[in-house]
Design a protein around this ligand. Sequence first.
Ligand code: AMP
Length: 275
Amino acid sequence: MRIVRSVGEVRAALAPLRGGTVGLVPTMGAYHDGHLSLFRAARAECDTVVASLFVNPTQFLASEDFGAYPRDEAADATLAAESGVDLLYAPTVDEVYPAGFQTHVEVAGLAELLEGAHRPGHFRGVATVCLKLFNTIHPDRAYFGQKDAQQVAVVQRLVRDLDVGVEVVVVPTVRDATGLALSSRNAYLSPEEREVAAALGRALTAGASAWRAHPGDAAAASATARAVLAAEPRLTVDYAEVARFDSITVLAGAIRVGRTRLIDNVVLDEGDPPA
Ligand code: AMP
């Protein structure tokens, strides 16, 4: 696996490989099995696998954890290589946002709900960096985790609206044995906080059962999830809501445990809504 740091280097590395398909896995690092499942999916379907490793400052609010975000490039490079990544694009902030940078991508409606409402500007940063990565790498396919369902919806909308010509592939959420979705931010949790955080996975599972018992009843599903969360006083709830993103309906939740903010979702329905 090669590590490259500039737009010029990544393009030069890919130039001789354009005869085959290129898969891109955008990441912020601190790899866990969720990331590795994206790498493996890309490896299985593409001739060349590129992972980007970039903690993107523009998707963090000033009050958030950009400075503290876990970074370990050497460990990540080992895991990426073992998972079949061919090229790791790890640019500096200056490479992605050179002096004078002033162009941003706004996915208007989607970015106002749920995560967008709680993290104003977050999806503008996500959409902008994803479009830059697509323009740098020109992948045939880009792999994203269902764990960040709204991010998937934002990227799909951006790809459609701006004719990007990338196939967005969505990979299921990887969880630990307690149902806690794997996340780089789980590294912030103490053992006790990990137990508390597992309530989010339980709440979403309970909400999904309520949805299966009363299909289409968004209020019942979200109330069931909120009741499970309310039983755990050591967390606070940002939201637990049913949301429809294009052709997918999810029950999505965001909680805070101590100083750590975690998100998760379960898919309730895929395809057209009931008539
Ligand atoms: P991040 O490094 O957190 O920005 O995540 C990079 C990619 O990995 C995103 O597409 C995430 O949705 C995906 N991802 C993160 N956690 C998981 C997980 N537990 N299961 C599946 N995909 C994940």
